[in-house]
Design a protein. Structure first.
Length: 201
């Protein structure tokens, strides 16, 4: 049986790459198309999970693909924005380094039966759970990133609002970086227990 959710996840990554390719054309028409496609790419982030649950197609592969797809889309946008000179190079570097370490720790946690979110989360403290796993934190972070992506593109389209859009884009990008670090730090701080050798019976 075809796994619809996984197809959506992979298709979303390819659509994001096509969308980002349009940004290399300086015509406003291409950037408008990229702007609206970006909104669709962001909206489609929840489609795979929705169909996985609705069609009863949840799986470990699907969960891994979902996280990998989100990472790929996220990094692709930051890297292209930086390549075009629209954001500082440190932004994708922060995301890359943070993502590498956090994903490595979560991979180890997964081997020991823990998850990134949910009832089996590896997070131990109330503050860590709030910053990393709470719906409020995850939703706020996702919204800030989504607005940042759209604002960065919109700021490159000629209009009477370019200056305020540039300023808004900068604020959203730096706020997104702040959230990235604040949500990643607890994973590193609370991970030492994963490296302790279990006593042999």
């Amino acid at each position: 049986m075809v796994n619809v959710a996984n197809i959506i996840t992979v298709s979303r990554v390819f659509l994001a790459l096509i969308t980002l390719t349009l940004l290399f054309f300086q015509e406003d028409s291409f950037r408008w198309i990229a702007f609206f496609l970006t909104i669709f790419v962001i909206w489609a982030d929840g489609l795979d999970g929705y169909f996985a649950r609705k069609l009863n197609q949840t799986s470990k592969l699907g969960a891994v693909l979902d996280i990998a797809g989100d990472r790929a889309v996220e990094m692709a946008y930051w890297i292209v924005f930086s390549t075009l000179g629209w954001i500082p190079v440190f932004v994708p570097l922060v995301y890359l380094i943070r993502g590498t370490f956090v994903d490595a720790i979560r991979s180890l946690a997964s081997e020991q039966g823990y998850t990134a979110f949910g009832t089996s989360t590896m997070m131990q403290s109330p503050l860590g759970k709030f910053l990393v796993t709470s719906n409020f934190s995850r939703f706020t972070y996702a919204v800030v990133k989504a607005l940042a992506f759209c604002a960065v593109i919109a700021a490159q389209i000629k209009s009477d609002f370019q200056v305020p859009l540039h300023n808004s884009a900068d604020v959203l990008v730096y706020t997104s970086v702040f959230f990235c670090l604040v949500r990643g730090l607890p994973v590193l701080v609370e991970s030492p227990f994963l490296f302790k050798d279990k006593e042999k019976p």
